[in-house]
Design a protein around this ligand. Structure first.
Ligand SMILES: O=C(O)CCC(=O)C(=O)O
Ligand SMILES: [Fe+2]
Length: 288
């Protein structure tokens, strides 16, 4: 029905699409309230962190098995409410196998910490919803090395690809969980990107915001966070989601700078392979 200008746009995400990027990035400022942010931060268990070289991380309900299988278990309530209810209202995971997230990776970045440019792995459906807590940070979006810029990128091509694509990342090497390094050898040719998009670019993630990345954000592009103390030169020209920001004035008044401080991200995902049998076996063993 989107063809008629008399009808409202029925896609609840349409207003939040990040411009200058393929239609696979959505940014929603103030997705949660300050009270909700504080409440979630207080409930993240301090004993669950795994320290990596440039960040700390924890997986809920658990780390995936070696074969990228999730042992079925509920997410803790503080990760369900209010976030998952709101993701459902926005139909964020409507095309993924389980229709809702079943796994959350929590990342913590202190000042000067980051994550190498990477794509998220084939363990997950190709939708990630990231809630930012505590501080702002810039996510850098870059082209995957080896991707052509000159190939057909017409609207028709892109829509065909988006329509034909069912959930499920393809060909990615990195699960974002235990290996930050991008392995460029897996690059596949891009049919989606050309000069109408501004890539590389940055997405400024404010505290309490939601960033949704889907489809070609997974297959054709890389995302990463520079391990720096200050994000600089922030402006409408250099930040793709500038006009979606809750408080662009804060960065303008600071001379286009964002002084980093500890930022936590909750990355909601749908793991493709879920084993309830395995969890029963483990649960049984645990009781002995
Ligand atoms: O913290 C973020 O916003 C990005 C994290 C990420 O890319 C990942 O966990 O795969
Ligand atoms: Fe990632």
């Amino acid at each position: 029905m989107s063809g008629s200008s008399l009808l409202p746009d029925l896609d609840p995400l349409a207003a939040f699409r990040v411009p200058f990027l393929p239609p696979t990035f959505y940014y929603i400022p103030n997705f949660i309230s300050e009270e909700e942010e504080i409440s979630i931060l207080q409930k993240i268990p301090s004993q669950r962190w795994v320290t990596l070289s440039h960040r700390r991380l924890q997986a809920h309900p658990s780390t995936l098995t070696a074969s990228n299988t999730l042992l079925a278990a509920p997410l803790p309530p503080y990760l369900v409410n209010p976030v998952i209810e709101r993701l459902k209202a926005l139909k964020v995971f409507k095309n993924t196998p389980h229709k809702e997230p079943n796994h959350v990776l929590i990342n913590e970045y202190k000042k000067r910490e980051g994550i190498m440019p990477h794509e998220d792995g084939s363990a997950y459906a190709d939708v990630v919803a990231t809630v930012s807590l505590g501080a702002s940070i810039c996510l850098e979006i870059t082209q995957k090395p080896g991707n052509g810029h000159n190939e057909d990128s017409s609207r028709v091509e892109r829509e065909k690809k988006a329509e034909g694509k069912s959930a499920g990342g393809k060909g990615s090497k990195n699960d974002g969980e235990d290996n930050d390094e991008y392995e460029g050898a897996t690059a596949t040719p891009s049919q989606t990107h050309a000069s109408q998009y501004k890539i590389p670019t940055r997405i400024l993630q404010e505290p309490r915001s939601l960033l949704i990345t889907t489809l070609s954000a997974y297959t054709d592009l890389l995302h990463g966070i520079s391990p720096i103390g200050v994000d600089e030169n922030l402006s409408p020209d250099t930040v793709a989601n500038w006009f979606l920001l809750a408080e662009p004035d804060l960065f303008e008044e600071a001379g286009g700078k964002n002084e980093r401080s500890t930022r936590i991200s909750l990355t909601y995902r749908d793991v493709l392979k879920v084993s309830s049998a395995a969890s029963k076996v483990l649960g049984g063993l645990g009781k002995r």
